[in-house]
Write a protein that binds this ligand. Structure first.
Ligand code: FPP
Length: 247
């Protein structure tokens, strides 16, 4: 029985979020430049998309570039932006063939203009797809996102669009970049690091966290299924007792 066959299709997370980590170390191990790792990381992106479609995951968020990544050497930033544009260009057809709809979250205005344009084109060109939402986190940080949401809520409160006493947890969710998507139920991080790194802090409140030693460029369909199977073995209690949820 393959790993995919072992997955209970009725208990697949609606949303999986991934911190794609370890590209640099993967390249270094082979005596290559870091960008070689990022380029090979695209293969793992493809494998994850394929695995998400086959297993029935409806939302997949990939942490592709964090706000903190702007502090990397300019040469690496440029190469990553170029890779992003090239990948978006070359993959739009495949996204459409597989009915995958592209979204982007983050401080998108800080991306190079060319990158913004290509991204928007791909977002528009895949808008009719409904099998899987691929959400790219680009120039994203959760603290930025929450701060931005609070600013917008304050503006709406001052202009009378919302009443302060009516603000709920759900209101904040609605002002986040991820308002269209359910909260991730599973977060995967590759490369052995066990951190959240400013990623979806509000949305991951009840997510199951899965860490694997596999470096991102080596991550394949089977690794994705292993994470799903591990998720399915967990008891999700949401603060309740084990007895309450098994009743
Ligand atoms: C982290 O590895 C990875 C990144 C910062 C970039 C991820 C980008 C891609 C896989 C490129 C394509 C993506 C899309 C969605 C088109 P790292 O550089 O931090 O590795 P290290 O921790 O080993 O140094």
């Amino acid at each position: 029985m393959s790993l995919l066959e072992k997955i209970d299709k009725n208990n697949v997370p609606k949303h999986v979020a991934i911190i794609m980590d370890g590209n640099g170390r993967w390249a270094k191990k082979q005596g290559k430049l870091r960008i070689f790792g990022h380029k090979n990381g695209v293969k793992a992106v493809r494998a994850s998309l394929e695995a998400a479609v086959k297993s029935g995951v409806r939302n997949l968020t990939l942490y592709a570039f964090s706000t903190e990544n702007w502090n990397r050497p300019q040469i690496e930033i440029n190469a990553l932006m170029e890779l992003l544009v090239d990948t978006i260009n070359s993959e739009t057809k495949t996204l459409n063939e597989n009915k995958i709809r592209l979204y982007a979250i983050g401080n998108l205005e800080s991306l190079p203009k060319k990158c913004q344009k290509k991204l928007q084109e791909a977002i528009d060109n895949t808008a009719q797809n409904d099998k899987l939402n691929l959400i790219l986190a680009l120039s994203y940080s959760s603290k930025w996102e929450i701060t931005d949401a609070i600013k917008k809520i304050c503006k709406d409160a001052v202009s009378g669009n919302i009443k302060t006493e009516e603000i709920t947890e759900n209101t904040l969710s609605q002002y986040l970049n991820t308002s269209k998507f359910p909260d991730p139920e599973l977060m995967i991080r590759t490369s052995g690091e066990q951190r959240i790194s400013n990623f979806l802090l509000y949305q991951l409140a009840y997510a199951e966290l899965y860490f694997t030693e596999t470096l991102w460029p080596d991550f394949r369909e089977e690794d994705f299924y292993s994470a799903l199977l591990n998720y399915q073995q967990r008891e999700r209690r949401f603060g309740m007792t084990s007895e309450q949820i098994t009743q």
